[in-house]
Design a protein around this ligand. Structure first.
Ligand code: EPU
Length: 338
């Protein structure tokens, strides 16, 4: 095991925060991961994978373990579907492209989401009307206490909007090593009802879209709204969209009749945090090297040398302002490491 000292984490987090790890190592298999977790001389360990949903606000005194476990294979197949077993360190978008190339449906709406496959279940990644849970079968995770691999079914994961067991009672207890997804070989269930997708397909004159057409539409939409982390540090949506109950929503919409919203159930109304933040005047604003993206107010960006603390401070200012204006608390989606 090659343990390195004082390593910059800049290239390991999509915010591009230049925090340091006192100790750092990369692991390439579940077996190596077990060995590292056994190392008693480094009592504090911090796991990082694609680094696309994390804001590091200080140098880390721990052993930072970078998950780089690669590989994928089809473990079940019939005329209608495949189940593919994907190791945690596989880049998510590469998996989406591989699926589309092989005519496997189900991942197209989740095109171009930064990060790795192993972290997708943690926040149940979702975009344009599809969530990971829609194609998820199971995952395997290393139990940090027993060092045994445990299997989690879809029910075990308790998926919700940007939520799962791994953000709640399982937080810090498991490290996901692989994910099994079920993808269609025919009769693909296309999900094209999201307004932006409808508009994009119309623009390209596509009436009977293929999975590739949907993926291309999503890629075009994302590129037009969301900054590429390779060009501008960011972690996608910084906040979750708040969900109001009927009473709260009635009061909110009376004051804000033009606000966009999405009815999730009779008693749940999702309000776009991006809209709230824009109304507070933050869209496109820059404070030093920390800023709010000019095309999507839900995305905080690092123009180069912002510290994690500066991004965090900006998020707190925004949160306070949204609460003062709307009485709604918008909570971070990103994991904040303090
Ligand atoms: N809006 C504004 N101003 C803004 C941004 C958005 O008014 O600056 C309004 C839009 O006009 C639209 C509504 O908010 O009416 C929704 O905007 P958008 O379609 O861009 O989606 P979102 O709710 O802001 C969510 C996800 C994204 C995902 C998109 C598409 C969350 C926290 N974010 O954003 O996920 O790509 O829907 O499905 O749920 C991510 O999690 O990192 C992410 C990018």
């Amino acid at each position: 095991m090659n343990i390195q000292h004082n390593i910059s984490l800049k290239k390991y987090n999509t915010f591009g925060i230049d925090a340091k790890a006192k100790f750092f190592c990369e692991i390439n298999s579940p077996e190596e991961l077990k060995q590292v977790l056994k190392l008693k001389e480094y009592p504090k360990k911090f796991i990082i994978s694609g680094g696309s949903n994390v804001l590091i606000t200080k140098d880390l005194n721990s052993l930072v373990v970078h998950i780089n476990i690669k590989g994928k294979k089809i473990v079940e197949e019939n005329d209608n579907y495949v189940i593919v077993h994907i190791m945690a360190g596989e880049n998510w978008h590469n998996i989406v492209l591989w699926a589309i190339e092989n005519q496997y449906g189900g991942l197209e709406n989740l095109s171009l989401i930064p990060g790795n496959t192993g972290t997708a279940p943690i926040q149940n990644i979702g975009a344009y009307g599809v969530e990971l849970k829609d194609i998820f079968v199971s995952c395997e995770a290393l139990d940090v206490a027993t060092l045994e691999i445990r299997k989690f079914t879809k029910e075990d994961c308790k998926f919700g909007y940007r939520n799962s067991i791994f953000k709640n009672e399982g937080k810090g207890k498991y490290i996901i090593t692989s994910v099994n997804l079920k993808l269609t070989k025919k009769k693909h269930q296309l999900n094209t009802s999201y307004g932006d997708i409808v508009a994009q397909l119309q623009k390209s004159n596509i009436n009977a879209p293929t999975i590739k057409d949907v993926s291309n539409a999503v890629i075009t939409i994302r590129k037009s709204k969301l900054p590429d982390p390779n060009e501008l540090g960011n972690s996608g949506s910084f906040f979750k969209n708040p969900i109001l109950n009927l009473l709260e929503f009635a009061a909110f919409s009376k004051e804000n009749p033009n606000a966009p919203f999405y009815k999730m159930s009779e008693n749940e109304f999702k309000v776009p945090a991006g809209w709230l933040i824009e109304q507070c005047g933050f869209k496109g604003k820059r404070f030093g090297d920390a800023g709010v993206h000019k095309k999507q107010a839900l995305v905080l960006v690092n123009y180069g040398n912002a510290t994690g603390q500066e991004i965090l401070n900006l998020s707190l200012t925004i949160r306070k302002s949204a609460f003062q204006k709307f009485g709604i608390d918008i909570t971070p989606e990103v994991n904040i490491i303090k």
